[in-house]
Design a binder for this molecule. Structure first.
Ligand code: DC
Length: 227
């Protein structure tokens, strides 16, 4: 039986899961599953193939054939589709929204389930997403639900975009975040919600150091892993 440890981190867009999970995976030397990237690549592949996001049959066919790989490079993990680096293309707000649309189809989620589970190997996995603790790894030893108010998340996203030299408008970012929340929380299969046994961290008034400390204290308590 595998002794691999799963640390599942779920939560809405912009709550800071990416930074927390990257740090946890690095410090623990665990693999990292960025499940959102899989849905982002799928949305991108569907659009690139000239297919419609609302056509569930086509989207599920793309999901089954998706030739996706993650590659570690000096500046972080890159995402490849058919061997082509699409890391930048999938990080736009539009790609996030398209991902949320394709992710709403139960058949698509089913088609991608096993692929996500295959990321688990010893010594362990840090899994970032919306349904890591509820559906993909329901037996995860550690489940964290990282939340923050929509306004705080929109503000963080604006600062992030500005730091990359991109201009953006707070109100439209906030509206997009709220739309994505509604879709992700209300879909019939694997909706965004905390697992019953998850630690909920509301990071609205916390910085990353405080979030990291709260998460690592909890991981130590649940698994004995030391930081
Ligand atoms: O984490 P992210 O912003 O990269 O995710 C993009 C979208 O993908 C998100 O709005 C909903 C979907 N998603 C999902 O449905 N389930 C996951 N486990 C991860 C992401």
């Amino acid at each position: 039986m595998s002794e691999a440890i799963v640390i599942a981190v779920d939560g809405p867009a912009g709550a800071g899961k990416g930074e927390l999970t990257r740090r946890l995976a690095e410090v623990l030397d665990f693999d990292l599953l960025d499940s959102g990237a899989i849905y982002r690549v799928l949305g991108y592949a569907v659009r690139k193939a000239g297919l419609a996001l609302f056509d569930e049959d086509s989207v599920v066919q793309e999901a089954k054939l998706l030739n996706l790989s993650f590659e570690c490079m000096d500046d972080g993990v890159h995402v490849l589709l058919n061997g082509e680096d699409v890391s930048k293309d999938i990080r736009t707000e539009e790609a996030g929204n398209n991902a949320s649309k394709v992710a709403a189809y139960p058949s698509v989620r089913q088609a991608l389930l096993q692929r996500q589970r295959e990321f688990l190997k010893e010594p362990g996995l840090v899994a970032d997403g919306r349904d890591m603790g509820t559906v993909v790894f329901p037996k995860a030893q550690v489940k964290i639900f990282l939340d923050a108010s929509a306004e705080v998340r929109a503000n963080r996203r604006v600062l992030q975009l500005q730091s990359k030299g991109k201009s953006c408008d707070f109100d439209s970012v906030l509206q997009e975040i709220k739309e994505r929340d509604v879709r992700d929380r209300n879909r019939p299969v694997a909706p965004l919600k905390p697992a019953d046994d998850a630690l909920i961290i509301d990071s609205s008034d916390m910085n990353i150091e405080e979030v990291f400390k709260m998460a690592t204290d909890y991981i130590t308590q649940k698994t004995g892993l030391k930081f």
